[in-house]
Design a protein around this ligand. Structure first.
Ligand code: HXC
Length: 254
């Protein structure tokens, strides 16, 4: 692979977008490689948790502006659809994804992070949706996922101003979960990943599906869904082991 590196550290997979000469900007080629990696991860079902980061001083500085500047309306539609397809695969994947936002996370780069389940950022990160400064709007999910994550009012400030925010500001908006010094970001990501990895896969995936599908329902429908998903775990090996281990005062083996 030319643009994506995969690395195992203490059994945890890190996917690194690697196109540092363009601050890891997402061209169609980069997106297709990412899709290939995501497809092979879904096939193997080997990982309960995956870290995603960028090489060098950027997480991802956006969609590739040089390519986009040549697009007509049809090409732009196909590009937006490609990004949506790949990011929806990530969002709906049967593992928990954690974005480690190591640097610039702009436009399509923030939209990639928003498709992940959890975001940790370095104090060096700068985040934003600068598309309006290019005469564009977010096209890889930013208008939809950011508003759902932090609310319409806060998302409107990000989208309409096109400004870059610091990691601490992003945390205060709820865009990122935690902020760490650059040298601690991977270590903290691995710590969180190890914690998730120690839990039962079925419980994790059921929780993820319940949270994600709940967003498409009313509260009352979401609560009915939770009743069904909660009860579906009873009688399963995993919940027998989890509750049994608690009662026997030992660690569960998942
Ligand atoms: C293509 C990019 C790029 C991008 C940076 N580069 N971002 N190339 N697409 N999004 C390239 C630069 O052209 C430059 O190449 C090299 O990376 C280093 O960037 P510099 O600008 O020299 O670095 P610096 O001065 O540190 O500034 C960093 C930056 C700036 C603030 C992040 O690069 C920047 O503003 N980039 C664009 C950010 C942006 O607008 N993103 C949103 C894109 S629209 P050379 O060859 O000159 O060294 C989008 C839409 C998504 O994402 C939806 C699509 C459907």
């Amino acid at each position: 692979m030319k643009y994506i590196k995969q690395e195992l550290t203490e059994g945890i997979l890190t996917i690194t977008i690697q196109r540092p000469e363009a601050l890891n900007a997402l061209s169609a080629e980069v997106l297709r490689e990412l899709e290939e990696v995501l497809d092979s991860l879904s096939k193997s079902s080997e990982h309960k948790v995956v870290l995603i980061t960028g090489d060098g001083k950027a997480f991802v500085a956006g969609a590739d502006i040089a390519s986009m500047s040549t697009y007509n309306e049809k090409a732009a539609l196909e590009f937006s659809q490609l990004g949506h397809r790949v990011f929806e695969k990530l969002e709906n994947a049967d593992y928990i994804s954690i974005a480690l936002v190591n640097g610039f996370s702009l436009g399509g780069g923030l939209e990639l992070a928003l498709a992940c389940d959890i975001r940790y950022a370095s104090t060096k990160a700068k985040l934003g949706l600068p598309e309006v400064s290019l005469g564009l709007i977010p096209g890889f999910g930013g208008t939809q996922r950011l508003a759902r994550l932090i609310g319409v009012g806060a998302a409107s400030e990000w989208v309409y101003s096109g400004e870059m925010f610091t990691a601490e500001q992003a945390k205060s908006f709820g865009v990122v979960n935690q902020v760490y010094e650059p040298e601690d970001l991977l270590k903290e990501g691995l710590r969180l990943a190890a914690s998730i990895n120690s839990r039962g896969r079925l419980a994790l995936m059921t929780a993820k599906k319940t949270i994600r599908s709940g967003l498409n329902h009313t509260l009352s429908e979401g609560l009915r869904l939770e009743e069904q998903k909660f009860s579906s775990l009873f009688g399963k090996d995993e919940s027998k082991e989890g509750m049994g281990a608690f009662l026997e005062k030992r660690k569960p083996q998942f």
